[in-house]
Design a protein around this ligand. Structure first.
Ligand code: SF4
Length: 360
């Protein structure tokens, strides 16, 4: 798979990105829009769909996530979806204009078991529909990444969420380096990388910018960078967080665009509270993708007809699949390793308190 990247990309310092972020909004958006036009078609926005193929019951403690087993949320748990179910959902998403399907499973990490074999089948099936296939399944070993690549996976999503310092405030069951290791494993297997973060979790502006600097320092930089605004879900530790201001989102997208000019910036969670005008400003500042469909894993998202109306009003075109890279061929499955490999807990001694009340 060939991915267009500049051979030499500028290294930014925290002071520089802070200056970028703090400049007057019109100057920042103008600069970001200029970078966007140099590297992308400004009138194309990719529509992607995010499908929760296995919902809830996750042992991790991500403070924003309603799928963590320990939190008291109203999530409906679901076992791993079948090939038929995913195929139907993918065809529907494609029919509504999506060129990419991201499949999410609420797992801490992938295991070399029958469920993973089923996920490989799901990847092959969606690849066969000529959609970009992305997956977000938790931590991966190098062998698992290779098997996903052989099944025709196009991208692996693994978000950094925030700065290394603030990450510990939100998640205690794994470390930042675990995230970077999985991203490295996906990259080594030839997958494109989708990695971004969430704003509005109580972090500082510097935390947001440090996360962007870490992503921008990866070689090569991620091809896809989702920027999410926290959707505060009742029952999670972050349930009382205030909604982020649209201008903070625009600034974040603009800086992402400038420091990672080749990537697709994804205007992700939080769109239900953004007006079409606010979203238009995000597109001007460099956002080149949205998630379509009325659900983002488990949180609400605008209805398809609303997005269609917005696209029509703005004269936007949905991006075709594989516009920025070749379709991966399905090759022979290298198979699971003879000896089982396990990703170790990086935070030994951490106790998982399952949500016993909900279980009962
Ligand atoms: S690992 Fe994923 S599914 Fe599990 S709690 Fe964290 S965000 Fe939710």
């Amino acid at each position: 798979m060939t991915v267009k990247t500049d051979p030499i990309l500028r290294r930014w310092t925290l002071d520089e990105v802070r200056d970028l972020y703090q400049q007057p909004m019109m100057d920042l958006v103008f600069r970001a829009a200029s970078v966007h036009r140099e590297h992308h078609d400004p009138n194309e926005v990719q529509m992607s769909s995010l499908l929760s193929i296995k919902t809830g019951g996750c042992p991790e403690d991500c403070g924003y996530c309603p799928q963590a087993a320990r939190y008291h949320t109203d999530i409906e748990e679901n076992a791993l979806m079948t090939v038929e179910q995913v195929k139907t959902a993918a065809e529907r998403a494609k029919g509504l204009g999506s060129s990419r399907l991201c499949m999410g499973a609420a797992w801490r990490n992938v295991r070399d078991d029958e469920e993973f074999e089923q996920v490989l089948d799901l990847v092959r099936t969606v690849n066969g529909l000529d959609m970009e296939v992305c997956a977000t399944l938790g931590m991966l070993t190098p062998n698992q990444a290779e098997r996903l690549a052989a099944a025709g996976l196009y991208a692996y999503n693994h978000n950094l969420d925030s700065s290394e310092e603030y990450y510990k405030e939100v998640i205690s069951t794994r470390g930042y380096q675990d995230r970077l290791d999985t991203i490295g494993n996906a990259r080594k297997a030839g997958l494109t990388v989708c990695s971004g973060g969430i704003i509005g979790m109580g972090e500082s502006i510097d935390d947001r910018l440090k996360m962007l600097l870490t992503l921008a320092s990866l070689t090569p930089q991620p091809e896809s960078v989702p920027i999410n605004a926290l959707v505060a879900v009742e029952g999670t530790p972050l349930e009382d967080q205030q909604q982020v201001n649209i201008f903070e989102m625009v600034r974040m997208i603009a800086v992402t665009r400038i420091v990672m000019p080749n990537c697709t910036v994804r205007l992700s969670a939080g769109r239900t509270t953004m007006s079409p005008e606010g979203q238009a400003l995000c597109f001007l500042a460099g956002a080149g993708s949205i998630f379509a469909g009325d659900k983002l894993l488990t949180t609400p998202n605008p209805e398809a007809f609303e997005d269609l109306e917005m696209f029509n009003a703005l004269g936007l075109r949905p991006t075709a699949p594989y516009a920025k890279g070749e379709k991966p061929a399905i090759t022979e499955d290298p198979g699971a390793p003879g000896e089982k490999t396990r990703i170790k807990w990086s935070r030994p001694g951490h106790k998982i308190e399952r949500n016993e009340a909900k279980r009962k």
